[in-house]
Design a protein around this ligand. Structure first.
Ligand SMILES: Nc1nc2c(ncn2[C@@H]2O[C@H](COP(=O)(O)OP(=O)(O)OP(=O)(O)O)[C@@H](O)[C@H]2O)c(=O)[nH]1
Ligand SMILES: [Mg+2]
Length: 455
């Protein structure tokens, strides 16, 4: 049994990703002998690790990811005093086979075709800024530092659609795997009984200075497109091939005559996907070293004039040269069909671009309001509510993005509670001043939880 056969072939997996959050920024002040008013010196937090998918030809199944679907990248380190930035965390690169489609929220975000193709799946959070970033000429001693940005958290669906130039199809036992092992270094399992191949096998054929990839899939039987046998599960793996090589067993399969193989397989391909019917197809009668082969070859030639038909023996090697000549002559003129389109104009990076605006206000009851919004969620997560200056900054942001106005329009009155991203605030109509100017006025928003804690 080959190594490939021992590994379970898995061509679909759902993985849950959690990118690392950024480290918290530091709010610290320089304290040094003979340096009065040393000023803010809190460093920024480190970057959280991102998670990428990267294609490699060294693996051919999604088994590993399907078995370990929860991937978490490390968080960034916290910033420290003396302007020390936190440690950034390394990104995780998850290796997938070439031909893997990445779907996020049900949309194809990327189609990783060749080694090195990669896509950012979950972006790590940036580090929170330390108080050195908040120093202004009006506030030279800011007691503000940001918390780290949360890392993205999502589930991605991976689907492998093997990429090959030539797809081998035919009834079970036709000699597909034998041919693949003859023309490439692949060593699929071969045996004198049907349904030997249980997973697609991929091999690279080199001929007269040209090379192309060949995929051998499990044998097809009548009704395969309806789920009979194994073939239909794997037919999708030849969807992206440029050429189909149909192998006809001169000994026939079951009670079916060898010539019947042509219309039956053609029907199965067409019923599975119209793209398979459109593909250029050539036929080869196998096992030329056995007596009935020549007769079947002549019959087929007579009956199906529109196809190029070859007579080959994977055991003796007879006829294989001309067949490969034909394949290398045809391939440059054939295009890989666009079976999977990455969703129209969807830029994989767009998923990770920061959302700046937008929130929804819901009136829960007369005295309670809820506010939701992606950008707001991030702002709240990055605000250190225990710092009065940060709370004040948050309040300014609320005013700048128009949340104050919108809430007033929605009918909020003094004493009502406003829940933003799980944090509860109390609405106050009083005027506010910046806290570092020692305002005697109350904050417009009071972090109710923080206030309770202080009592
Ligand atoms: N004499 C002879 N036997 C062959 C030739 N090619 C394949 N065979 C035999 O036919 C049998 C089936 O070969 P496989 O390559 O396993 O056939 P397959 O199409 O991959 O079969 P499945 O994987 O079951 O669909 C084996 O016993 C091979 O030794 C050939 O050219 N000549
Ligand atoms: Mg086989």
């Amino acid at each position: 049994m080959s190594k490939q056969d021992k590994t379970v072939f898995i061509d679909a997996a759902r993985v849950c990703l959690k990118a690392g959050s950024g480290g918290n920024g530091s709010a610290s002040f320089r304290r040094e002998k003979f340096v009065p008013y040393g000023g803010p010196d809190g460093g920024h937090g480190g970057r959280g690790g991102s998670i990428y998918f990267e294609a490699t030809e060294n693996i051919n199944t999604l088994t590993e990811l399907a078995a370990h679907p929860h991937i978490t990248a490390g968080d960034g380190g916290p910033g420290k005093g003396k302007r020390m930035s936190g440690r950034g965390t390394e990104d995780i690169r998850l290796l997938v086979p070439c031909g893997t489609l990445i779907k996020i929220n049900g949309r194809i975000t990327a189609d990783l075709k060749k080694t090195g193709d990669s896509v950012l799946a979950a972006k790590g959070g940036r580090g929170g800024r330390g108080n050195i970033a908040f120093k202004t000429k009006f506030n030279t001693a800011p007691k503000i530092s940001e918390k780290g940005e949360p890392g993205e958290e999502l589930c991605a669906d991976l689907e492998l659609s093997v990429l090959a130039d030539v797809g081998l199809v035919g009834f079970p036992n036709a000699g597909k795997s034998t041919l693949l092992s003859r023309i490439s270094a692949a060593r699929p399992k071969i045996a004198a009984y049907p349904f030997t191949t249980l997973n697609p096998n991929l091999g690279i054929t080199r001929h007269k200075g040209k090379s192309f990839a060949v995929a051998d899939i499990p044998g097809l039987i009548e009704g395969a497109h309806k789920g009979k046998g194994l073939g239909c599960v794997f037919l999708k793996h030849i969807l992206r091939t440029k050429l189909i090589l149909h192998l006809v067993d001169p000994l026939g399969f079951g009670k079916s005559k060898p010539v019947n193989s042509v219309p039956v397989i053609a029907g199965e391909l067409k019923n599975f996907h119209p793209e398979l019917a459109r593909k250029r197809r050539i036929i080869a009668v196998t096992k030329a070293d056995l007596p009935p082969a020549k007769k079947v070859y002549v019959q087929l030639k007579k009956k199906y004039k529109k196809y190029e038909i070859f007579l080959i023996s994977a055991v003796t090697g007879a006829g294989i040269g001309p067949l490969l000549d034909k394949i290398i002559a045809l391939l440059p003129g054939l295009k890989e069909p666009e079976v999977y389109k990455t969703d129209d104009g969807l830029d994989p990076e767009a998923l990770h671009k920061p959302v700046r605006q937008g929130f929804d206000i819901t009136k829960i009851d007369d005295r309670n309001y809820g506010v939701a919004g992606v950008a707001l969620h991030k702002i709240i997560a990055m605000t250190n509510l225990a710092q009065p200056d940060s709370l004040h900054r948050l309040k300014s942001i609320f005013r700048l993005i128009g949340l104050d106005k919108a809430l007033k329009k929605a009918g909020v009155t003094a004493g009502d509670t406003v829940t933003v991203s799980g944090k509860v605030f109390e609405w106050s109509d009083e005027e506010t001043r910046q806290p570092h100017k020692k305002s005697k006025f109350a904050y417009k928003y009071k972090a109710v939880q923080a206030a309770r804690r202080r009592k």
